[in-house]
Write a protein that binds this ligand. Structure first.
Ligand SMILES: Nc1ncnc2c1ncn2[C@@H]1O[C@H](COP(=O)(O)OP(=O)(O)OP(=O)(O)O)[C@@H](O)[C@H]1O
Ligand SMILES: [Mg+2]
Length: 369
């Protein structure tokens, strides 16, 4: 029998959990369900398990009794990466595998917010939807404070909602600095002399300063969206799902890791009757697809993005940030189970598209079963 394997690179905690049926944010059943209908066998392994120059790998495969068994199989020719690939060695290994003809998608998934900003503002159509963003420095803060009334200062990468400061002009040169310290909301007022926390944020870390988008409110708390944008079975970008993240009472950040809660967008928009629901959806979709296409122009092999998009009071979508590896759990938390499943099945459909497109380049794998 001929098998069509699609590899899924997972991290150590997911890998360890496979045998125990505890794979955290990855729902392997969704990969397998779509795999069955496309004659694709998903196989799971870690990056350290696959090596250039080797014919075979050991990967977990689902068995007919629903257990998972480490099995030696020919190296899959299409791989969906689900880990952050950070270091040079990992990146080099991926390059070598690609040189062997293996297609790895979402390989490069940890980009800085500033790098993405620079890519997006090259497209004049996107400019109105991308808040100005600069590297944190004293000079840049002075510049941004002259120009805007509200600012966000945050890490250039991977903050998970931690170490984010908000600045708001109260009047003229009077400002309010807000930040969360665990569950405490700290407020400091200042005019000429910047608070120590602010000074530190400009010097100690790799931070950025961004114009704050006046996020629309739901029951008094700001909310934004997680938009899953993925390549589909026709090789095109699609919006697989949209979910709302509402900040915990009193907070200005919506991250689930910081107590934010998730709801279907429809539910939130019902509370905002001044907005035209269809138009809001259309605008979010248009912005998300344009953002993905623009990033694709400069980052190769991307196929699975999780965008954070804010909505203003007038219903205009605004880009906040792009996550290169969406954990997808926001959909589960909002009980959007169809969308949650689709975030897993769409990459397999895309893998199928690649298998078909490049089938003449790939060896047929016959396991002799
Ligand atoms: N410019 C902004 N305007 C309004 N709110 C913002 C802005 N930047 C950040 N926020 C709020 O803070 C949250 C966290 O910021 P962001 O998504 O940029 O970083 P992060 O999720 O902490 O980063 P990472 O994904 O790298 O861990 C956003 O979801 C949003 O609620
Ligand atoms: Mg975010």
């Amino acid at each position: 029998m001929t098998y069509r394997y699609v590899g899924i690179i997972v991290g150590p905690s997911v890998y360890k959990g496979i045998k125990l049926g505890k794979t955290y944010y990855e729902n392997l059943i969704f990969y397998e369900k779509i795999g069955k209908s496309l004659n694709i066998v998903p196989c799971y392994f870690q990056l350290k398990d696959i090596n250039p120059g080797m014919q075979n790998i050991k990967a977990y495969l689902k068995q007919s009794d629903n257990s998972y068994k480490l099995t030696t199989i020919p190296k899959p020719q299409i791989i969906h990466n689900r880990i952050f690939t950070n270091n040079i060695e990992e990146k080099n290994k991926i390059k070598l595998l690609q040189n062997e003809g293996i297609l790895i998608f979402n390989e490069d998934n940890r980009y800085t917010k500033l790098a993405i900003h620079k890519i997006l503002i090259k497209n004049p159509d996107l400019l109105p939807f991308v808040p100005e963003t600069v590297k944190a420095s004293k000079g840049n803060l002075r510049y941004m404070m002259k120009k805007y009334n509200e600012l966000i200062i945050k890490p250039n990468s991977s903050s998970l909602g931690v170490n984010i400061l908000k600045l708001k002009r109260i009047k003229n040169e009077n400002w309010e600095l807000k930040y969360h310290n665990r569950n405490l909301l700290i407020k400091e007022h200042f005019s000429n002399k910047w608070p120590v926390m602010l000074e530190d944020a400009l010097t100690a870390h790799q931070n950025i300063i961004q114009k704050r988008i006046e996020l629309s409110l739901y029951k008094g708390s700001p909310f934004d969206l997680r938009v899953s944008v993925q390549k589909n079975g026709s090789g095109e970008w699609q919006v697989t799902g949209i979910v709302c993240k509402v900040a915990k009472k009193g907070k200005f950040i919506t991250n689930v890791a910081q107590g934010g809660s998730c709801f279907p967008l429809e539910e939130i928009l019902r509370e905002l009757p001044h907005l035209d629901i269809l138009q809001v959806y259309k605008d979010i979709e248009l912005l998300s697809l344009s953002v993905a296409q623009q990033i694709e122009g400069e980052v190769s092999n991307i196929a699975d993005l999780g965008l954070d998009i804010g909505i203003t009071n007038e219903g205009v979508p605004m880009f906040i940030e792009c996550n290169g590896r969406d954990l997808r759990v926001t959909f589960r938390k909002a009980n959007l189970l169809k969308e949650w499943e689709a975030t897993h099945s769409t990459p397999i459909k895309f893998a199928n598209f690649l298998l078909e497109k490049f089938k003449h380049n790939f060896k047929q794998i016959d396991d002799g079963h």
